[in-house]
Design a protein around this ligand. Sequence first.
Ligand code: AMP
Ligand code: MG
Length: 329
Amino acid sequence: MECGKIEPERVNTRILSASEVSEAAEILKNGGTVAFPTETVYGLGANALSESAVKRIFKAKGRPSDNPLIVHIADIEEVERLAEEIPPAARLLMNEFWSGPLTIILKRKSVVPDVVTAGLDTVGIRMPSEPLARELIRLAGVPVAAPSANISGRPSPTTAAHVIDDMDGRADAILCGGDCGVGVESTVIDMSADVPTILRPGGISASRIEAVIGEVRSGRGLSESEAPKSPGMKYRHYAPRARVVIYGDPSEVRGENVGVMAFESHTAEFEGMPLVSLGSTPQDAARRLFKGLRELDKLGVDVIFAPQIPDGDDWAAVRNRLYKSAGGI
Ligand code: AMP
Ligand code: MG
């Protein structure tokens, strides 16, 4: 869709199309912030090696400073510049899943500023598969720190229009690409400890990871007093303005001014109501979840009813994001 319906003269952030990627890279080189598409969600990027540039990300998002950022690279070799130790199992994961939606936590080198890692001695690194993202990083010539390009706590943006809704006047520029194919954030795996631990479910399922490196642990529920190892674990996240309520059975959906999300097989039961289909598969649901929450929010509903998500590893990312948006975990 490129910049589609966005009217540059009506926004306070520079709107750049894919053909203007070198201008976006210049902004990064000069210490500015650029929102850009990845296969997971849109990110808000800055030069990861510049403390002052990275601080601007936190300010634009209103993000708590104890939430570390993922550093994005364009080529696998760049990992050497950022990480102190690369265990053999981490190498296997990179070879199998990069480029793609997997963030690997490794011991960091001192070149990575504290502001990126929230003072941790580790850094999260990812190589996105979206070609425009990699071109931007390559042209900028620096690793790019980038959390999702939403105001902190809101659903992540999966279209350029969503980014405008949140980042107009906050980001220096937005590089427009298409809609994000995965639709939820990367899987985060900590490879810096003795036992590989999944800190956040995402675009790559645990079973696909286990097929490559053997058993992994799932990190759950840090106590409130601990600094989050993974941001999503501590703060309210992914929440639309409307209250999100999970239903087990369609008969539980009732009330005035409500919107509904439903799997495709149940959509007929909600005819006449503001409705978003989550499709049928985990991939459909991932692609539609954040978009659907934002769409229903725009209609001004007070409550969004969303279905219970099936058990099982394939559904872990959608379950995690939706239940967090409902304030459940
Ligand atoms: P966001 O980009 O907004 O989706 O959030 C960034 C994600 O990066 C968080 O969920 C963290 O899990 C993860 N992350 C980045 N660096 C680290 C790190 N050093 N240790 C643990 N998690 C990290
Ligand atoms: Mg985020």
